[in-house]
Each structure stands twice: as C-alpha cells, then as structure tokens.
Design a protein around this ligand. Structure first.
Ligand code: HEM
Length: 397
C-alpha cells in the first residue's frame, strides 16, 4: 500500500479499512502528513502509553503549537507535562474531577439534559450537534467554570479552533485559529482575575485555592489548564454525544433495550466509545530510538498512536468490526487513553453521555438521519459529525 495520508478525504470519510489494512500488513509505518510513525496494534499502543519517558507528550505539544501559530497555552499544560511535573499538576486538579465532585454535579447535568431533550424533541427536526451534543457539555462546563451565558456563542469558536489546529492548512483557517486563541486567552485572564478578587463556588475558584504540600497552581499553569479544559471537555464530549445519536439511528434494534435496561444503555455508550472513538489518535515524540513491534522508530520522531485502529484490533476484541454493546472486555477500549495522562474527565464524560441518553430515550422512539453522508470534522485526531440533521421521533404515550 502506498504511504497513507491521514488527511486524504477518503481516509477522513472512513479511516477504518485503511487502518485495518496497515494493522495487518505494516503495524508500525510512516504516514502523511509529514512522515509521522503510525502505530496501529493495541498491544504496541498500550506499551507506548506506559512509557512516557521514551514516548514523550512533547509530540502533542509540537502539534498544538505549529510554527505558524506562535504560542498556544494548552501546548504546555497537564496533558503535555513530563512525568514529575505532571504528577504535581494532576494532584492539584484531581479532586475537582473525582467521584464526589461528579456526584455533586449529577442533578444539574440531569436537569440540563432533560431541558435540552424536551426542547429538541418538540422541534422534532434539528441539527443534533448544535441543539444537544454541543449544548449539553457547553452548559456543563459553563457551569463548572462559572462562565456568563453571554460567552456561550464564543465557546464554539474557541473549541473548534483548538480542535482544528492540526488540520489548519490554509492561511484563512490559520488566521481564524490565531484570533480565536487570542480571544480565549483574554477572556480566561479576566475570569481568573475576577475570581481572585472575589471567589465563587466554581472550578476556577477551587483551583485558585487548591494546594498540595504547600504548593499552589501558578497563574500560568491555571491559564494553561483552562485552555486545555475547553477542547478536552467540550469537543470530545460533543463528539461522543453526536456519535451516539448516529448509532441510535444506525442500530435502532438497541433503542428499546437501552430505554428499559440501564445496563444496556451504559454498554451502548461504551461500544460507541470503542467503535467510533471521539479521539482517534494520541501523539508522542520519541526521546530515543525505540523498537516497536519489530520496527525501529528513530529518536525525535512524531508517533501517532491510533486508538481508532487499536480499538478494532482482533487480537484484543473478538469480531471487532461489529457494533456489539455488552461485548467482552468492552471497557478496555483506549478512547480515554492509558497511563499517566489517562483522561481526567472520564467520569464527567460518561455521566453526560448516560444522562443525555436517558433524557433522550425517555422521549423518543428513534432517531432518523436526514442526510446519508456524514460530514465529519476535518482533523487528525477528533472524530464526530460537524453537523447532524436528524428527526427525533417522539414516543407515543
Ligand atoms: C486526557 C479523551 C472528556 C479532560 C484525555 C486523553 C484522552 C481523552 C484520549 C489522553 C490524551 C493523551 O494521552 O495524550 C476524552 C474523551 C472524552 C473526554 C474521548 C469524552 C468522551 C473529557 C472531559 C474533560 C476532560 C469532559 C474535562 C472537563 C481531560 C484532561 C486530560 C484528558 C484534563 C489530560 C489528563 C492528563 O494529562 O493527566 N482525554 N476526554 N476530558 N482529558 Fe479527556
């Protein structure tokens, strides 16, 4: 097979056959753009994620901060920090995202999900992304950060800008990303300043107070963390919810069962996370020559660890090409990563998906997609529909 270009339109439209072929024939190989090394087998990906010294997250930093962009605070945040610094930062932010913190949010997330579902089902024909998949995590993260509703329209712009950095190839796209990041930086500075003067019951105020062994987050680290949270918590969850609606439409046989059986609803969500994972690839930079699956990747190489491929590796999952909620080893997918950078927001994302699905299914008997072709967000890493026109079929009472 000729060198694969991950940004080619046919690959973006359906990457899985290309990835499956590489997984069989050359599980560690160079791809475009830029000759990065693509790792497609589950076992190799897990081994790399367990080895943050040789597979450094500097790879992600380089990608988030290309030369045309200048500074991007998220490129120097928790997700790119090296092990020692990472441990300190993670301890400072962990508490806010743990079980207790999430339990406190549950009633609010349920209420928001129900309001949005009621509204969307009343309108019947909607862009699911706009009306639900984006609106729910936006309201949740807006609440957590204590954002004024007047900035909600800007969140879309900021989230999209951060998500498309790696695919911003035209001067127009690059200018938009630069402007959006500057606007976001300005706004976050204002929020931090205002919470420093007058603390609220919100995440920013909690993070300003957080202290471990007498150390607090520096202002710079706080800005970087908030920069990370928006794309990490918004775009990803939006894509999970969008992908979930798509699979309700594609697999109507699961709708009734997921409505009446809570365990099946959870299984359905996990299978969406495995089968159409919202983050399809993780980026690392090799700090030395490394041998992966019999191939040597030279020092200083960009490595793309393909969660999209690993989650469909037949050595790990039986019948990987089938959408089978409740399958064996179903939570062993790599949608939330693995190792020290394992997603901080897993509990929140799973809660939003579970309560979102419950709110929808208690009102609808099914989802019909109004367009045959899905218009995917152009990206090396994220996967979800850019828009999703659907008809929500109300339940007959
Ligand atoms: C890290 C996926 C939702 C915050 C990660 C990583 C993945 C991931 C794959 C690892 C990145 C790496 O190793 O390079 C997802 C998916 C989500 C989701 C698929 C939704 C379905 C969230 C939410 C939040 C969040 C809701 C917070 C509001 C973070 C943070 C990190 C992270 C802060 C960095 C953790 C660290 O480096 O220690 N996420 N995420 N994520 N995620 Fe998520």
């Amino acid at each position: 097979m000729a060198r694969l270009n991950l940004l080619a339109p046919e690959v973006q439209a359906n990457p899985y056959p290309f990835l499956a072929e590489l997984q069989r024939s050359s599980p560690v190989c160079q791809v475009d753009p830029n000759g990065a090394w693509l790792v497609t087998r589950y076992e190799d990906m897990v081994a790399a994620l367990k080895d943050p010294h040789r597979f450094s997250s500097e790879g992600l930093a380089l990608l988030a901060e290309p030369p045309w962009l200048g500074s991007n605070p998220s490129a120097r945040s928790l997700v790119t920090a090296e092990p020692v610094r990472h441990g300190k930062l993670r301890t400072l932010v962990n508490r806010a995202f743990g079980v207790t913190g999430m339990a406190r949010l549950e009633a609010l997330v349920r209420q928001l999900a129900e309001e949005l579902a009621t509204e969307a089902v009343l309108r019947r024909e909607v862009d699911f992304v706009e009306e639900f998949a984006f609106a729910l995590p936006r309201a949740v993260i807006g609440h957590m950060l204590g954002l004024d509703r007047s900035v909600f329209p800007k969140l879309k712009r900021w989230g999209t800008a951060m998500a498309v950095v790696s695919a911003a190839t035209t001067p127009e796209m690059q200018a938009e990303v630069r402007d959006a990041i500057a606007e976001m930086g300005h706004y976050l500075d204002e929020i931090i300043e205002s919470r420093r003067r007058e603390p609220h019951e919100d995440l920013v105020s909690d993070l300003l107070r957080a202290e471990v062994d007498g150390q607090q987050l520096s202002r710079e680290d706080l800005v970087r963390f908030l920069f990370l949270l928006l794309p990490a918590g918004l775009e990803t969850t939006t894509n999970l919810l969008g992908n979930m609606a798509m699979y309700l439409a594609r697999h109507p046989e699961h709708v009734e069962k997921a409505r009446t059986d809570k365990a099946h609803a959870v299984n359905f969500i996990e299978e969406v996370l495995r089968f159409e994972c919202p983050i399809q690839a993780l980026f690392r930079l090799t700090s030395t020559d490394v041998l992966v699956g019999g191939t040597t990747i030279p020092q200083g190489s960009m490595v793309i660890l393909s969660s999209a491929a690993a989650n469909r590796d037949e050595r790990q999952f039986s019948e990987p090409e089938r959408f089978l909620p409740g399958r064996e080893k179903q939570t062993q997918h790599l949608a939330f990563g693995h190792g020290i950078h394992f997603c901080l927001g897993t509990q929140l994302a799973r809660m939003e998906a579970r309560l979102g699905l419950e709110a929808l299914l208690s009102r609808i008997q099914g989802v019909v997609m109004k367009r045959g072709e899905v218009q995917w967000i152009p990206s090396l890493a994220v996967r979800g529909p850019a828009v999703l026109p659907v008809e929500l079929l109300p339940l007959a009472h």
